[in-house]
Design a protein around this ligand. Sequence first.
Ligand SMILES: *Cc1c(COP(=O)(O)O)cnc(C)c1O
Length: 445
Amino acid sequence: MKNSILSQRDLAVLWHPCTQMHDHETFPLIPIKSGQGVWLEDFEGNRYLDAISSWWVNLFGHTNPIINAALKNQLDNLEHVIFAGFTHEAAIELAEKLVAITPAGLSRCFYADNGSAAVEVSLKMSFHFWQNSGETKKTKFVTLENSYHGETLGALAVGDVTLYKKTYAPLLMDVITVKSPDCYFREEGESWAHYSTRQFTHLENVLEQNSNEICAVIVEPLVQCAGGMRMYDAVYLKLLRAACDKYNVHLIADEIAVGFGRTGTIFACEQAGISPDFLCLSKGLTGGYLPLSVVLMTDDIYAAFYDDYSKMTAFLHSHSYTGNALACRAALATLNIFESQNVLENNRILAMKMTELSQRFLNHPNVAEVRQKGMIVAIELIKNKFTREPYPWQERRGLHVYRYALSKGVLLRPLGNVIYFMPPYVITTDELTFMFDIAWQAITT
Ligand SMILES: *Cc1c(COP(=O)(O)O)cnc(C)c1O
């Protein structure tokens, strides 16, 4: 009863993200009353296991007691203050911690308030760095096929997911898009490392020929998340780092989705042993509590903007909520959990359980691939396993899975024909078993 009343009020005045609102004439919207740990509860007492961490942001469960306590304390002292000319403890301490835990060489933090904004900052800053350095021909960015970096116009331009990009193409800056290392397309029997290495040639060629007009290459390290949880080998990042150095081009690592332990290490770049010139973070940064993002960069980059005011080299980008105190405090509490609990070790155990539970899917006639990096497992549904003919998008296979799973108490939100699991790190092995069982039923019924 309560669910439908709220739903009606919502649909009278709201417009939801990534949604054809017309769908809600047939599919009910679900008003959530409360959340605890991995569980969400609606107004009629139905519970849903949040298998996708509420769009990949939640790390340690809903209404986490540690983050809640930190926020309540911050709230009584300072909620927000202008971040130009002023500063506060939470912002400083968070920046100190981020510099300490991110790959070597990243020594400075610029805050923004969402992932797309962080990507915009990194693009503008890279371009501006080259302008300040006298390399005025550098105006282009290189991106990988099927990548995703957000929805604002600059971020959309450096992404390559047709569904989101196509309509706006006339508004977007020109970028150089190169073939992806996505291992879904490797030959039968070919290793991930071999395929990813082979695919690097495309990028190398582009840098070799056009580096004088290229500012930066932007990548999602190891997993192209919104592009269907497509994965590649760390060797690609190693080769990319070396080539960016060789051709004098920045490397922007967008770890907005994969940062903070998702792929098994705190940052995905660690698996390649590399440091980018820019690192974009958001999503899990605040444990899924509040919007905050940050771009980390090197001393060299900072130095190119640092001069007498009259030289007009300053980076004048700003957002009203830059360095919001509550958001910084939530992020500090999140990092505190990483420090005080054995998160990565515990995740290794959970990831092994996820490997085990996902094995049965391999033999399903409509499963082309099961792939995993740490706490992300993806199952690629396909119409014909042998020809690899995909389901036509009109069938909306993913939607069927979404609806079935919801009716059984699991929030899955497939990307097209890819079912994936990206649960909060506080999930138990029993809850993992339940989650995979429901997904199995969803694809077999
Ligand atoms: C989600 C995401 C973004 C955009 O972040 P928003 O906060 O949604 O703007 C950018 N890059 C990657 C890799 C993402 O997954």
